[in-house]
Design a protein around this ligand. Structure first.
Ligand SMILES: [Zn+2]
Length: 266
């Protein structure tokens, strides 16, 4: 099976790509609405994501990409409705290896299981172009009929990073602006000073649930710890090679399903 689905609530499911290492596997969120559904981020594109989502829903689908990195935008091209921030529109249209951060050390570390994906060739793998069909920016609202998500522009990790915020359920889909792991602020288009402002803003948001772009979801107390650690100079990745070595050593089995038992009761 190319994916697994974990139904967290009536509203929200987590979809995970099979055979992608835990430490880099993007969280793909399926959000069910009355009139349409959202697919937030799309993984590396190793399997047919839209078909997989269609098994659970026949409503119209809007695919949102929180930012233009290779681990989030791989299956974006499968969807008719493709939404993201204007600042990264050129990358979605022309996803070169450098632009999607699949180059240098990132293309050398093993992130896809050769057993699960024998046809995946890391040296020649590319992202399929997925030009945006619409732009999302600060203050825009995605109305699904029975829930409405406000778009937050949360730059720093990348210039066009966005998050979605539902004030009623106090839930944020935060992409890579914040997740429960080492944060990345040293990519070619990252901006650490801007990132600090974004994290301070997220810390001040009255949110209870954070569904990040990677790793299990968490609540307000953990968010404070993550942000405060970052602002003190910790919780960052440093060199990709060292980080990778550390992650590999810490994982019993990098390709196993992620343990969500410690995640907050979302
Ligand atoms: Zn990213």
């Amino acid at each position: 099976m190319p994916f697994t689905t974990l139904r967290l609530t009536d509203r929200v499911s987590l979809i995970q790509e099979t055979g992608v290492a835990n430490f880099l596997r993007c969280n793909i969120w399926h959000v069910r609405g009355r009139d349409c559904d959202l697919v937030i981020d799309t993984g590396m594109g190793l399997g047919p994501l839209k078909d997989w989502v269609r098994r659970d829903s026949d409503r119209p689908l809007k695919a949102i990409c929180t930012h233009c990195h290779f681990d989030h935008m791989g299956s974006l091209h499968e969807f008719d409705c493709r939404l993201g921030h204007r600042a990264e529109a050129h990358v979605f249209a022309d996803p070169t290896a450098d632009a999607v951060v699949y180059s240098g050390d990132w293309a050398r570390i093993e992130i896809v299981s050769p057993q699960a994906h024998p046809d995946f060739l890391p040296e020649t793998w590319t992202i399929t172009p997925a030009p945006l069909t619409g732009h999302l920016d600060e203050g825009d609202v995605l109305d699904l009929g029975d829930v409405a998500y406000q778009v937050l522009h949360v730059p720093g990790h990348s210039p066009g990073s966005i998050a979605l915020w539902d004030r009623k359920s106090r839930t944020v889909f935060s992409g890579d602006a914040v997740y429960d792991g080492d944060l990345l602020d040293a990519l070619y288009h990252s901006d650490p000073a801007t990132y600090r402002l974004t994290l301070e803003r997220l810390r001040d948001l009255d949110a209870e649930v954070f569904h990040g772009g990677h790793y299990p979801s968490f609540g307000k107390a953990r968010l404070r710890e993550i942000v405060d650690a970052y602002l003190r100079g910790g919780q960052t990745m440093g060199s990709v090679g060292d980080w990778y070595d550390g992650m590999k050593a810490a994982m019993d089995d990098a390709y196993a399903a992620q343990d969500w038992s410690k995640a907050i009761d979302a």
